[in-house]
Design a protein around this ligand. Structure first.
Ligand code: ADP
Ligand code: GN1
Ligand code: MG
Length: 366
């Protein structure tokens, strides 16, 4: 934990006018530590976001920042071009007094800061189909806007991030070493996953064959990584850009389905509340097609229903692996938190499987 004095000291490295008042922990992300800063700027109170980058997860923070800098500048140019009729925003990174996009503190941690997007918020659970439509449309727009990003290929900030077969291998290794002595409790979950192992290769095979292209994707499109405007309900700002890198469009759609269709939070233990709500799927599907439909290949379109299942299964695998490794990756707040999350995700996989025919029917009609 950082004290207010330490946080004030770190904040003082960024070019922010006015007097620091307070830093408050913010949001429910599993990876970075996020604070909302409040400044007094000549009698007006303004907010900023300041984040510690988790460098146990992102081994090259400078590469993360280089990607983010390029992507946000490009998006800002696009938004400026259409500013008159839109409220759309992009994350705006602050620079330090030495003109760097991040700063290292006395403990060796890396920090960055953004302009805080006011009058908008992120939701852990979407409330209605309109929000789902708007969120998916914004993530589709995000992909669309990055099609012409100039310069070299973005850094892979986490190599093989959505390589699901490799995630299965990591699970097997975790079962074998059983560091936390938990493998015996999770036989059922392991069996469920291993039965579906072959399917985890499907999208990578299509990519290798050339029917699904590599694109610049967000790769972490869970619904609390988009800010929804309080007034209009529009998805106005895509955030959490650490994993923006080369990927498949279907990973982004899949993660929206995983995180945006259930009526309950990701760690809900009453599994009766957990599952894919079809009306939310339909809204995500229509919202995504409204912005991304123009560039998706036939093979990408055809696999939209499968993508949700794949990424939900992959996320279950990752939670289970972390559980077996002793909770070293995702933030946890209780002893079996990762196992609860894994079971929750597997329930969503089952729910998606049971509605696959309707999902395919919707695709045919679109
Ligand atoms: P993590 O990688 O830990 O998920 P995020 O970048 O998603 O971190 O930030 C955590 C939360 O902080 C978000 O879900 C959002 O609610 C809030 N947040 C982040 N950046 C901003 C911003 N620029 N304006 C307003 N809220 C923000
Ligand atoms: C993490 O950072 P956050 O909380 O938005 C994770 C995602 C998972 C998600 C599951 C870099 O996302 O991949 O899908 O948790 N991010 C990283 O909730 O691993
Ligand atoms: Mg996040």
């Amino acid at each position: 934990m950082y004290t207010q004095d330490e946080l004030r000291d770190i904040a003082s490295k960024f070019v922010i006018y006015g007097d620091f008042l307070v830093a408050v922990p913010f949001g429910s992300g599993h990876i970075n530590d996020t604070y909302q800063l409040t400044y007094d700027q000549g009698g007006v109170r303004l907010h900023y976001t300041m984040q510690r980058i988790n460098h146990a997860v992102f081994h090259h923070p400078e590469q993360v920042m280089e990607n983010m800098d390029r992507v946000t500048r490009h998006l800002l140019n696009k938004i400026h071009a259409e500013r008159i009729e839109t409220k759309k925003r992009t994350l705006r990174l602050l620079r330090t007094y030495t003109n760097q996009p991040c700063v290292q503190d006395h403990r060796g941690n890396y920090w960055r800061a953004y302009v805080f997007v006011e009058n908008a918020r992120s939701y852990d659970v979407l409330e209605n189909p309109k929000q789902a439509y708007m969120a998916a449309q914004a993530f589709g727009d995000f992909q669309c806007n990055l099609v012409d990003l100039p310069g070299p290929r973005l850094h892979e900030t986490i190599p093989n991030f959505h390589n699901t077969p490799k995630r299965v291998e990591a699970l097997e290794a975790a079962i074998k070493s059983d560091k936390a002595g938990r493998a015996r409790q999770v036989r059922h979950e392991i069996d469920f996953i291993m039965k579906r192992r072959e399917e985890t290769e499907k999208l990578l095979k299509l990519n290798a064959e050339g029917s699904i292209p590599e694109r610049i994707t967000h790769n972490d499109t869970k619904v609390n990584n988009i800010l929804i405007d309080d007034l209009t309900g529009e998805g106005i700002c895509v955030i959490d850009l650490d994993t923006v890198m080369p990927g498949l469009a279907l990973y982004d759609f899949g993660d929206m389905v995983r995180a945006g269709t259930s009526a309950a939070e990701e760690d809900e233990v009453n599994l009766e509340k957990v599952g894919m709500r079809f009306e939310m799927y339909e809204a995500l599907f229509r919202g995504f097609l409204s912005s991304a439909g123009g560039f998706l290949t036939p093979a990408e379109r055809e696999n939209l229903p499968f993508a949700g299942k794949l990424i939900t299964l992959e996320t279950a695998i990752r939670f289970l692996t972390d559980y077996l490794e002793g909770d070293v990756y995702f933030k946890t707040r209780r002893p079996h938190h990762n196992l609860d999350r894994c079971r929750n995700q597997l329930k969503i996989v089952e729910s998606i499987e049971s509605q696959m025919n309707e999902m395919k029917k919707l695709l045919k009609q679109a």
